[in-house]
Ligand binder design. Sequence first.
Ligand code: SF4
Length: 775
Amino acid sequence: PQGATSTPDLTETHCPYCSLQCGMNLQPVTDDDTELPGGPDIPAPTSIVDGTGRPQVLLKVTRRADFPVNRGALCTKGHSAPTLLSSPSRLTGPLVRDRVGGKLRPAGWAEALDRAAAGLSRTRAAHGSDAVGVFGGGGLTNEKAYLLGKFARLVLGTSQIDYNGRFCMSSAAAASNLAFGLDRGMPFPLADIPRTGCVILVGSNLAETMPPALRYFTELRKNGGKLIVVDPRRTKTAAQADLHLAPRPGTDLALALGLLHLVVAEGRTDQKFIDTRTTGWPEARSAAMAHWPELVERITGVPLPALREAVALFCDAASSMVLTARGPEQQAKGTDTVGAWINLCLATGRAGRPYSGYGCLTGQGNGQGGREHGQKADQLPGYRKLTDPAARAHVAGVWGVDPDSLPGPGRSAYELLDALGGDGDPGAGAGADADENGNGNGSDGADRVSEDERVRALLLMGSNPVVSAPRAAHVEARIRSLDFLVVADVVLSETAALADVVLPVTQWAEETGTMTNLEGRVLLRRRAVEPPAGVRTDLEVLHALAARLGWEKGFPSDPEEVFDELRRASAGGLADYSGITYRRIAEGDGLFWPCPETPVTGVPAHGAAAAPDGAGATAGHQGTPRLFLERFATADGRARFAPVTHRPAAEEPDADYPVRLTTGRVMAQYQSGAQTRRIDSLNNAAPGPFVQLHPHLAERVGAVEGAPLAVVSRRGRAVGPARISADIRADTVFMPFHWPGEGRVNTVTNPALDPTSGMPEFKVCAVRLEPVLPA
Ligand code: SF4
């Protein structure tokens, strides 16, 4: 149990990084600690003093074997996480910029907050509320995500808020909502994986991105279950599979349709399930039958015998799962692609049953909770729709405001970044940030957005879009052109370095808050150490800014107080947290939402299994580890098939750009690398980007192992040393995306958006390769 053993010397908490939210213990380093898990790179805390004026206490990570998700296992990122707490490269005081083009200089908190509030206020007064934007992050705690959404809509009165989670799992969220009426990444716990018969893992390299999760698949195979991995590369994860399907990037939708075609042709559908628990089968069936296996083989490059084998493994098992990650989701047709994989589950009766179903492996630490509490452009807390009058009335009631005063939906993340531009914007999208062919790219905001519609000032918290956004050079130009930028971060990220005001905030071990992991399990991260004297929590920042902008009340800085309000705001919504308290989380291993305050009686909400002990008023609702067992969360309780058909990538290879580029992550770095690039042991393990390509392709373009190779698209170029390997398709090239500068692969990626989810097409675009000759 989480709370049982926390003492002044040992704090049970969770990793600051990915959505697994591994449990760990933090303890002060003692003189006896000669070898620390994070390696020998932990610096002496000579320059950092905590809030009491003492040198900062160093922390080490120790095993926390009782937490069920990771049972003590951690990856190198988790082991080394405390290093950044005492790193000289963290921010320990606010910074301000006196004039455009001037340098950032140290400032006191009062000056920095005054400037931040004045800058936001000035823009709003001159250009209206929607000229001020807010950009959040999927790593923010639930409390921060909630308060940031409330701050945007009440204090700033703007509709222009979204967050970087839009770039993570938004397509899976949209597809799950369409199919099941509810999006909780995994509608069952990870512990169900070893108990199923077959898993198709689509576009996830979890052996590198979340290594402790690999044990669930190892146990699956030990139990006789089968693992099928879909990935254009033979990754560390694919190497563990019973069957590896390697489609061309951008063709996962056709692959799923081809498998469904074979399921139908071979009489493997579950007609009783289709008849009693779904709607829309005739249309979905017709769409699948138009995708002949031979056609699918041609589109995807996956041989027909492998397609047949996959269907046999999936259907022969008594229960099966499909789990997707960024591969199929980060496409301009990501929602339809995930919908096609859900169709496969529904047609075979592999959903809403024990040890069967569809799930999404969310990426960011709070990718799940971050999308539930109101920092998305179209949503209010509780996963409520901003356009729903009843939802507006409920949330407005909790906030004590008139529902009509709440703004409507805003732009999705890339559209918001694309619409940035202040008075200093020189080219309105057609100038310095034009692509290499000289066109301003008609898909971009400054062309599309009139001067009146520009977002001129931005408050950014927990994100680094200069590295992580698609068409990053263009996004960087848009950010540079802002009239005013405020960034709250723990380090001077590439985006923070462009700000007018930088507000240094606490790290995970210096603050308390809740996170919701990829299973929908709400967890408590605890403060283990006094923060440095010069930093504040994000909640304290929002509290102080709100006060300066006329909201003395309504923005508490105490996390538990914020959580209690969040519970009331979420009550009755899809993501109902009202029965979850800090105390209840601490008493167990977290609580799965929905967890209403009122015990469930009669027909359970969301098709969930009823709480096991009858959920008496004293015990409270026990949470909902498994969803949809009796009914789906749609109005009629039935899941909905998606009538989807294949279409090409937004940008297919041609004579000028003949190769497909796909992007992803490596084990020792996390997301934009703002944190992990500042940890020596991680940087030594993964010091920079690389270009992975097949020997045949290398020969064709004249690439030499280790020599610099440029990857060039219509939007720009990125350079990295060639890494020649037969573990990738010969028509595809791969680059990880954690680095800025000339190795920034997002300079190259395509911002074509999924029309439903707003997800950019990170996973496929057309490029050419050019060896870089010595100057
Ligand atoms: Fe942290 Fe994820 Fe690694 Fe676990 S797998 S230690 S949560 S980064």
